[in-house]
Design a protein around this ligand. Structure first.
Ligand SMILES: [Zn+2]
Length: 504
């Protein structure tokens, strides 16, 4: 075919073939196969297509799109390649170059995997908008097709659907959905979204050789040692389970068909920490990496695995190695201390490494962990109290106003001195000592506490009102007796007012 379309970045090669049919106005699937592949038996395969050599040749004029580039940038191959053996990886590439008749899927373990692939087409509305803006047309994007995930790593929920069945094995369907105005609906499961983001890094990795099974075995063995998950030569599977369950909700693992059950000896999570005899899927590796090494990229991890010495002996701590284990404990303690001092216990428990450390300490060194955390929480509670002064100020003033109101009604209440008002509170001495931090309380006391004259006048006037109502006359000694005051103790101002009252 002349003018075979150039694949867009991250476009599935399936999608490019489908676009070719649109460009050239070819409606018959068989005719398209003839024109593009010169072979009517090609099966339209989304994830791991074959006959790629002929497409690479058709794209020769671009100076790009070698067979390897097509496979690594425009198929799902990189999700499988690092996890199968090197002979399987190279054999799969050979098969994808020409014809395979299903052998690629067998070779890469797709068929036998717990992670189910399905043939539904899928798209992300938000990505469609981006594509239209950038390229003026839409295409099937590779990162919508992560097996088992059904999520766009950038925007979450996808639209999934099946197309008609007639002769569909040979039909390449072009994406001809109009970008919707609405964004993707629903909230995506954060566990699965995290895995989708990990998958999009994995799928963008540069082509490279695969580690051997014994390297994978050694890597997981080392990982268990690093995280204190070994007792002698035995893996503490229960602790591995606890860590994974802390990181991934049960429903997420169920959705991936990667349930974990520590009682089952054949559980994948046990097998991955044992001698590797078969390839594990990108999701099985991903779940463990996201639990234990959330800050490392898949590239960094796989590079580390490639450097593993294949015949690493199984780790058995001797007494001399016990020192190393103690050192490991010390460095773990330091890591936790540092994290807590930086962000506090609660935040430290939430980030990836902190979460794993916390879980580890909780099982191995709980007394130390609880002691350290308790001490630390005390230290942090002081600034919190300081911040409470404003709130306290408001609460105390409210309480003082109600004391004031109750006493004003009571004609014979004692003098409402600052001291008396404060004594009506439960925390008099704290308030007295901290008046500078309580500006509202301070100005309340200045404004509403009674001077001696004000106090005497309140009692005198209340007594006058009562006596006048009862007898119709006001006599000095009757007023003073009723008010509970003696003539000698009256202030000059009070005496003057009393004299005036009597002449009303
Ligand atoms: Zn998207």
């Amino acid at each position: 075919m002349h003018n075979f379309p150039v694949p867009y970045p991250n476009e599935l090669i399936y999608s490019t073939v489908a676009r070719a049919s649109i460009y050239h106005g070819i409606t018959s699937p068989k005719q398209l196969l003839d024109e593009v592949f010169n072979n009517r038996k090609v099966i339209a395969t989304l994830d791991l297509p074959c006959h790629l050599q002929s497409l690479s040749e058709q794209l020769q004029s671009t100076g790009r799109f070698s067979l390897e580039e097509l496979i690594y940038r425009h198929t799902m191959f990189p999700l499988y390649a690092p996890f199968v053996t090197e002979p399987h990886r190279t054999r799969a590439i050979q098969l994808m170059a020409r014809r395979s008749q299903g052998a690629v899927h067998l070779l890469l373990g797709v068929a036998a995997s717990r992670v189910k692939t399905d043939d539904r087409l899928r798209y992300c509305s938000a990505c469609l908008k981006d594509q239209t803006q950038k390229y003026g047309e839409t295409f099937w994007q590779r990162n919508w097709f992560f097996p088992g995930l059904d999520l766009c790593p950038e925007h979450g929920a996808l639209h999934l659907f099946r197309v008609g069945t007639a002769d569909h094995r040979h039909q390449f369907h072009a994406l001809n959905v109009k970008p919707e105005t609405s964004l993707n609906a629903g909230i995506s499961n954060p566990d699965l979204l995290r895995l989708a983001q990990y998958a999009s890094k994995l799928i963008d990795m540069e082509p490279d050789g695969s580690p051997s099974f014994s390297q994978w075995t050694a890597f997981y063995r080392d990982l268990a040692v690093d995280f204190g998950l070994c007792r002698g030569r035995h893996i503490k599977h229960d602790e591995v389970y606890a860590l994974v369950s802390n990181t991934f909700q049960r429903k997420s693992l169920n959705q991936l068909h990667l349930q974990i059950n520590s009682a089952t000896d054949t559980c994948w999570l046990k097998s991955i920490f044992r001698k590797h005899r078969k390839a594990f899927s990108y999701l099985e590796h991903g779940v463990v990496w996201q639990t234990l090494l959330p800050n490392l990229s898949p590239e960094e991890i796989i590079k580390r695995v490639r450097q593993m010495k294949p015949n690493t002996k199984i780790f058995v701590p001797t007494t001399s190695q016990q020192t190393a284990i103690n050192q490991d404990l010390q460095s773990k303690r330091q890591l936790w201390e540092q994290a807590v001092l930086e962000v506090g216990v609660t935040a430290a428990r939430k980030n990836g490494t902190g979460k794993a450390l916390y879980a580890w300490f909780y099982r191995n060194d709980r007394a130390w962990l609880l002691h350290f955390n308790a001490r630390h929480q005390q230290v942090r509670s002081i600034p919190q109290q300081k911040a409470d002064w404003r709130q306290r100020d408001l609460m105390i003033v409210r309480r003082l106003f109600s004391v004031l109101q109750a006493n004003e009604i009571d004609s014979f209440a004692p003098r409402l001195s600052a001291n008396y008002l404060l004594s009506q509170l439960n925390n008099k001495s704290t308030v007295e000592k901290n008046l500078d931090k309580l500006p509202l309380v301070k100005s309340f006391l200045q404004r509403y506490s009674e001077t001696i004259t004000e106090y005497q006048l309140r009692r005198l006037s209340n007594a006058c009102i009562q006596i006048y109502r009862d007898t119709g006359q006001l006599k000095n000694w009757v007023i003073l007796r009723q008010a509970g005051l003696s003539k000698e103790r009256l202030t000059a101002d009070s005496q003057r007012v009393l004299a005036e009252l009597r002449f009303f």
